[in-house]
Structures are given as C-alpha cells and as structure tokens.
Design a protein around this ligand. Sequence first.
Ligand SMILES: [Zn+2]
Ligand SMILES: [Zn+2]
Length: 79
Amino acid sequence: MKIHKALLAVVLGSFLAAGLAFAADAKKDAAAPAAKVAGCCAKAAKDSKACGHACCVTSAKESKNCEKCGGAGAIEAKK
Ligand SMILES: [Zn+2]
Ligand SMILES: [Zn+2]
C-alpha cells in the first residue's frame, strides 16, 4: 500500500505541476494582449523605413502600435 500511495503522490504531483504551468501560460497571455502593427507601419517596415504618419510617430515614441491606423498593443521588441 505504501508504494501505491507514493506512486499516487507522484502522479498527482505531475498533474499539479502541469496545471500550474498552464495557469502561468494563461496569465502571461492575459497580461500581454495580442500586438498588432498598423498596416501603414508594416508597409514602411517592409521597406526598412519608419512610418511617416504623425500619429504613428507619436505612438512609436511610447513603444505602442498606432491605434488610429489599426494597430494595437505594444511594439514587439526586436530580436
Ligand atoms: Zn503608420
Ligand atoms: Zn497612425
């Protein structure tokens, strides 16, 4: 019986760990909403340029995607 109890504890422990990992992932997703680059800015980035729109420049200074032009969230850090 002792062995069975130990086995059960290991199984329950791994389930708990998996559950915690899932919870952490969900928390991370909630904290960082999907970032979306505005169409005009994505076009400019393709040409290795910064978008010239005044609204986009202002947003970029705050490390945000321009919401006026259809963007959302924070600008992704360059990797
Ligand atoms: Zn733009
Ligand atoms: Zn804009």
